[in-house]
Unconditional design. Structure first.
Length: 378
């Protein structure tokens, strides 16, 4: 099975969760003797990481990535034209480089599967998303993925359950991400008073990640005690700049500037977590598998998440951390306030999380399962 040529498509050029898994896949397939070709929609910070994996061929082309901002008549026409061009580009690429497998690391790129089938090449989709808010989009993308895939992998049971409405059960399999914790020498120096209780969140600032909801929770917690301080780590996408501004304005409107700090994108996340007292993932829509929860638990930081999506699986239905409602900030704040003082329960959750990680989320299991599915198609 070695020396096969695999084309991998990815929807963004950043250093967030799905991109980290993307890098692991490249390294895994490369180390097993395959020739790796990558096509990204643009240049960005991921390029430096890919360049360290010697022998990986990288190209850039607009892949007609589906985003919510295109869910309007003009946007759909734009995506249709972009996908037609991308199918042609990828079809030629598959022929010119004698590609043996097309691996699409997202559900938001459809052109790869279509180009693969057009050239008689197997296609694998690795889905990290749970799209919400537009049933027509869900239906069409699901049916296209089903038609133009030989295998579909999902990163959690929540993701699998969502896509089973559109994709044949025999095609789809859940493989939990195998988490590799990055080492950094960067040191974040947190300015804090002795009595401060620091709650941190790390996520791209986009609506479903729940930053607005976090501010509502923070407002309720600060009413209980001014010891609560909040760090928001992450930046946003160009299409959500106005949303980021509205989140920051909400902080000002509630007079919480001294309680909530925005740190932007950081590469020293581990250092920030080590100096925090609690981690929170406040998503208000199902987050497929928020891998930052693994990092918080790895740093022995008690963790809280809303009871949605893959967070429920990571926190093992509340056995590894606190689950809170996604639509009731007062109740969420009450639960968090109580949890903050229950150090015995926090310790138990952290011990449980380490056992759960070894069983379900080890890099060894991930590597074995991914290679098995790839080799079955080659």
């Amino acid at each position: 099975m070695k020396n096969k040529k695999i084309l991998i498509l990815h929807s963004s050029n950043d250093l967030y969760g799905a991109s980290k898994i993307f890098l692991q896949i490249i390294e895994l397939l490369k180390s097993n003797g395959h020739q790796i070709h990558v096509v990204l929609p643009s240049k960005g910070p991921l390029d430096k990481m890919i360049s360290q994996i010697k022998g990986t061929h990288v190209s850039y082309y607009s892949l007609g990535v589906l985003r919510k901002k295109y869910l309007n008549p003009l946007g759909l026409i734009n995506r249709l034209v972009a996908n037609i061009k991308a199918i042609k580009f990828l079809s030629n690429y598959i022929k010119d480089h004698s590609i043996d497998l097309v691996y699409t690391n997202t559900s938001t790129i459809l052109c790869g599967g279509i180009a693969a089938k057009k050239n008689g090449v197997p296609s694998l989709f690795h889905i990290h998303e749970i799209p919400t808010g537009n049933k027509l989009y869900e239906f069409l993308s699901g049916k296209i993925i089903n038609r133009y895939s030989n295998k579909v992998l999902t990163v959690s049971n929540s993701v699998k359950k969502h896509w089973l409405k559109y994709i044949d059960d025999k095609k789809i399999a859940r493989i939990y991400n195998g988490i590799i914790f990055s080492k950094t020498d960067s040191l974040f120096e947190l300015e804090r008073d002795q009595d401060d209780f620091v709650i941190t969140t790390v996520a791209r600032i986009i609506p479903y990640k729940g930053h607005g909801y976090l501010i509502d929770i923070a407002n309720e917690l600060v009413k209980k005690s001014t010891k609560f301080k909040f760090l928001i780590v992450g930046d946003t996408l160009p299409s959500y700049v106005s949303y980021e501004k509205s989140v920051k304005q909400k902080v000002r409107d509630l007079w919480l500037e001294h309680q909530i700090k925005f740190l932007g994108f950081r590469e020293d996340v581990s250092s920030i977590l080590k100096q925090s007292d609690l981690f929170i993932h406040p998503a208000i829509a199902p987050d497929p598998l928020p891998t930052v929860l693994f990092e918080s638990l790895h740093n022995d930081l008690p963790s809280v998440a809303t009871n949605l999506g893959g967070a429920i699986e990571i926190l093992d239905n509340g056995n590894n951390g606190l689950l809170i409602p996604y639509n009731d900030p007062k109740k969420a704040a009450d639960l968090i306030n109580e949890y903050c003082s229950n150090t015995k329960l926090q310790k138990k959750h952290l011990e449980n999380s380490k056992k759960n990680f070894k069983i379900n989320f080890s890099s060894e299991s991930f590597n074995i399962n991914i290679l098995k599915e790839v080799n079955n198609l080659l």
